[in-house]
Design a binder for this molecule. Structure first.
Ligand SMILES: [Zn+2]
Length: 152
């Protein structure tokens, strides 16, 4: 059998394509509440756990969560990280200034909600801080209506 010469080209093609997907009825309730400057979770009928954003099935007992409950818009910073870079379409860029991403335990919820933390210097942020939701001036029924959390 003759040797077959194969040549491969290696190219990098940055992909940039947007798409829309349906968020489903549970996340739609969450987003609708954000427009009213409220935060809702879903409660499990068996174990009573409340998760935010709402999820249909309970991860502990696999029951369907049917009840939506309004949570407090204040909570406690349970953990955080300080970001120094941003990623935009695959490009890593130095952030203009350090920023804080926090995991916040809202009053009435049993899990942690990820959110930006502002109003405190990155060097001064501490777990256990009491935070409150800060809303976009004009809410539009979008995830970004809940702009960030800030000290109470
Ligand atoms: Zn459950």
């Amino acid at each position: 059998m003759a040797d077959i010469k194969e040549t491969f080209f290696n190219t990098v093609a940055p992909l940039d394509f947007g798409y829309n997907y349906r968020v489903g009825s549970y996340l739609q309730r969450y987003i609708d509440a954000l427009k009213e400057k409220k935060i809702v979770g879903a409660k499990c009928p068996q174990c009573g756990s409340v998760v935010v954003p709402p999820r249909k099935y309970c991860g502990s007992c696999n029951e369907v969560r049917e009840e939506f409950v309004e949570l407090l818009t204040e909570g406690t910073l349970e953990n955080f990280t300080i970001g120094h870079v941003t990623i935009d379409k695959g490009q890593v860029n130095k952030a203009e200034s350090p920023y804080i991403l926090g995991l916040i335990k809202l009053g009435g919820a049993d899990n942690l909600l990820l959110g930006k933390v502002e109003g405190v210097p990155a060097g001064d942020v501490k777990t256990g801080m009491k935070l409150k939701a800060a809303w976009r001036d004009q809410t539009e029924g979008d995830y970004s209506d809940l702009d960030h959390f800030e000290p109470v």
